[in-house]
Design a protein around this ligand. Structure first.
Ligand code: KG4
Ligand code: ZN
Length: 336
């Protein structure tokens, strides 16, 4: 009972992933990233579900093999219930349900946003409850007070684009390949972050807004390239650094306010945008000023992965939180 063997499946967007966890320890975490979307400059939902269908069996087999675990040794099968793309979620959930039914094992339905947060418990150092988590990915931007693995309260979120979307959409305006976040990050390292002042989305409370930045960058580039068609090429690193700086300031402003008001000093960063070097550096500096302790999981556990789903399922297993074959995927599943 205390060392459950769990197979977890993640298929909420464009990564097909499977992981095996034994007694809270990761034994394997396999991810197949879908390249097919690059040519379209964004995730095409129908292509994503087809690619999940192609990847799911080899990915699950690889996860079991790397872990040295056979299907009959499993104590439970976990899957991402939502939020995410319906077609993508359906592939993972149907596969998990069929496998659990065939093996006569219990099923665990996991919330993807909860999993991003609980990724912090896969490895040391782990934050202490209660802590504040900033989840920043291609689909979400949330500030969450985490009181326990079960008890989480969303205190702020984006009212329009997610932080990852802000990176990807502005990167697209600069002609960078999809997804643009990592490319923009790399170029920003050589640029001047204060050269072009773009608007910081100022929202009341702890919410975020990034659509104003995207529009501001679009009009600015239109105006400048009308006078000088080579404007983007000639100023690319400064443009990247200035955009990144604005996104980081937008995130830090609300994070600082929330941490102060809630009296929390353990600050956790989750989601794919946690890979951003500028954000990591700014957060470490802020930590020195504010007396925070900052937690950022290893990169493979920041982006979409089944390891975080397995970690969440482990907590749910210990709490007796199982689901049934009747559970449907929920593309709009809320965290709290
Ligand atoms: O968590 P994730 O893998 O998938 C979602 O659930 O959305 O996050 C993907 C997002 C993309 O928007 C990608 O551009 C962004 O994370 N990202 C980055 C970096 N690496 C990934 N954004 C900025 N800088 C990076 N280094
Ligand atoms: Zn995600």
């Amino acid at each position: 009972m205390n060392a459950p063997v769990i197979l977890a499946i993640e298929s909420s967007c464009d990564d097909t992933s499977a992981a095996v966890m034994v007694g809270g320890e990761i034994r394997s975490n396999v991810v197949a990233t879908q390249q097919v979307h690059e040519q379209y400059g964004g995730v095409v939902p129908e292509l994503a579900s087809r690619a999940h269908q192609q990847h799911i069996i080899p990915v699950v087999e690889a996860a079991l093999q790397r872990a040295g675990i056979s299907k009959t040794q499993l104590d439970a099968v976990a899957f991402t219930q939502g939020p995410g793309l319906l077609g993508s979620l359906l592939v993972g959930s149907m596969f998990a349900k069929s496998l659990a039914l065939g093996l006569d094992k219990p099923l665990i339905a996991v919330n993807h946003m909860r999993a991003h947060i609980l990724a912090h418990f896969i490895q040391e150092p782990r934050p202490a409850f209660p802590f504040l988590c900033l989840t920043v990915s291609g689909g979400h931007t949330q500030l969450v007070v985490v009181r326990s693995p079960q008890e989480m309260q969303v205190i702020g979120q984006t009212i329009d684009d997610a932080a990852g979307e802000a990176f990807d959409k502005t990167a697209k305006l600069l002609g960078l390949p999809y997804p643009g976040g990592p490319h923009l990050d790399k170029l920003a390292r050589q640029g001047n972050p204060t050269r072009f002042p773009f608007p910081v989305g100022a929202m009341p409370g702890y919410d975020f807004s990034f659509s104003g930045l995207k529009t501001a960058v679009m009009y600015f580039l239109k105006k400048e390239t009308a006078q000088n068609p080579a404007f983007i090429q000639e100023n690319l690193t400064d443009l990247c650094a200035s955009i990144q700086h604005t996104i980081i300031q937008t995130l830090l402003r609300q994070l600082r306010r929330a941490a102060h008001d809630q009296g929390l000093t353990h600050i956790a960063l989750a989601g794919g945008v946690a890979a951003n070097s500028g954000l990591r550096e700014a957060l470490q500096q802020e930590a020195l000023v504010q007396g925070w302790e900052v937690f950022i999981p290893e990169f493979q556990y920041c982006t979409d992965n089944a390891g975080m789903v397995a970690m969440t399922a482990h907590f749910q297993y210990l709490a007796g939180d199982f689901t049934t074959q009747l559970t449907s995927p929920d593309p709009r599943l809320k965290l709290a």
